[in-house]
Design a protein around this ligand. Sequence first.
Ligand code: ARG
Length: 462
Amino acid sequence: MTTVNSEKLSSARFAHATDAFVEVFTASVDFDKRMAQQDIEGSIAHAKMLTHCGILTEAERDAIIQGLNQISTEIINGEFVWSIQQEDVHMNIEARLTDLIGIAGKKLHTGRSRNDQVATDIRLYLRSEIQQISAQLVRLQTAILNLAEQHADTIMPGFTHLQVAQPITFGHHLMAWFEMLVRDHERLQDCCKRLNVMPLGAAALAGTSYPIDRFMTAELLGFSGPSANSLDSVSDRDFAIEFTAVGSLIMMHLSRFSEELILWSSAQFDFIEMPDAFCTGSSIMPQKKNPDVPELVRGKSGRVTGHLMSLLMLMKSQPLAYNKDNQEDKEPLFDTADTLINCLRAYADMVPHISPKKENMYQSAKRGFATATDLADYLVRKGMAFRDAHEVVGLAVRLGIDTQRDLSEISLAELQTFSTLVTEDVFGFLTLEGSVAARSHIGGTAPNTVKAAIETARLNLN
Ligand code: ARG
């Protein structure tokens, strides 16, 4: 609940009250209250450090900690009364602390400013969101590995230009998705390195004249250390941009993943059966089973990329150091984190229940002359130049189209009319099984190679 009642904290400088609309317009409490627990955590560490440095007494520190813990409970229980007049999460909590413990509450803000405070809160908040995102990402990776393991030798067509290209295994295709997520996970961890630096102590912009110990606060809050420059500390939002950039890549991957699931579950491809629990029907067409979850995820990828653009535009013209513009960083960040957690969760829940229609996949590869390259490679091994082999196979494919047969169904005598290099052993290369088995180098689609890749991936994941 948010009310408009209590008095503003710092109004002595002003002869006139803030315009009522401006008060609402400039307030951020409606959205930044999401960082309340991080704000409290930061304040407790700050109070401990001030006491350690002789700036607060132990009694003041204890009162502050006890008051902040009570506020934390009030917020969790939904009893805390948020006030627009207190503008943001920081001032709301400080005002309540002063209500609860009196003068010691007013001392908490010694040696800090909301500028370093908010920068600290966002970093703490994002750090914990990234942990949740990583956890969902790993769940999805595990689900993909399990499905890939079941289908290391399930044959399907591989595509380029969305035209049948060469046979691959479904397990191999799934492992391509897995690799994208490996990179995403690395990027999240890398982003955390620059995020996990502590701005507190920068105060408004220039640092503080109190004898503070920034290393102590950083350690208490689990940061790798204090930031190096006070101006940069309060104005830097690179970490937010990096996070939304990583998020955009994750969503772009999920969107591509979605696109394939949507295509594959269509009657035209008919490669997979999507789990009922992740689809909905049509209100008018009784035959429909729509892949809503992948469609929605594909759609949501747009908003995350939008947030990345918002943050880049937010920062690009700001002079040093803090500007109120920065208040606009939170909604894109929160929405990016929510969208990532929800989309990854939906995918991690859904993937184990995707069932491939093996026979349809197999027939589709067969219909598409997917082993044409294998025939060309065969002729090259027999001594023909690759470009000539390409021509010969083109003729064989033409015959197959005209007579509605796969390459493996054309007789030896007919194949020999295109090249006398062809002998009986050619059929070992023209089958789909022969084609995938031949690609057994690292990174290839051979079932045994795919199984080895899954094993390595599992070790790396744990
Ligand atoms: N609500 C503000 C924000 O989100 C907190 C910092 C305000 N600092 C200031 N000097 N007005 O950025």
